[in-house]
Design a protein around this ligand. Structure first.
Ligand code: 5GP
Length: 115
């Protein structure tokens, strides 16, 4: 996978407001938040796009990502009010950083459908 800004955040070469870290997952506040709570949750292993995910091989990692999202939502106090998890994949979805990531958004009423 190509080097991205998230690779540098994983290696702690550039600062980020990290809210969760495990052996497999890192989560930090988005630099340009679109909601009062906007956290980026990434696998530490190099997966650029959802199309690279092998459901069986990566099942444990996917579980880790969603476990982290639920834990963070609870810690941030948005588990009861609700939140949105978004994965932008590829050009038409506006994915800017080619390193798989979940956006965890909450803290306000979110409109639907997204743009
Ligand atoms: P994408 O558009 O790829 O789904 O989302 C990438 C997200 O990463 C954007 O919401 C953007 O604000 C965030 N982002 C990009 N560069 C940085 C950075 O250096 N630090 C942090 N904390 N977030 C970043």
């Amino acid at each position: 996978m190509a080097e991205t800004i998230f690779s540098k955040i994983i290696r702690k070469e550039i600062p980020a407001d990290i809210v969760f870290e495990s052996d497999t997952v890192l989560a930090f506040r988005d630099i340009s938040p679109q909601a009062p709570i906007h956290i980026i949750i990434i696998p530490k292993q190099p997966i650029a796009y959802t199309t690279e995910i092998d459901g069986k091989k990566d099942a444990s990692l996917l579980g880790d990502l969603f476990d982290a999202a639920n834990l963070i939502a609870k810690e941030q106090g948005i588990d009861k009010t609700g939140f949105r998890i978004v994965i932008n994949n590829g050009i038409n979805a506006g994915q800017e950083v080619p390193h798989l990531h979940l956006h965890l958004l909450g803290g306000r009423k979110l409109s639907w459908p997204p743009g």
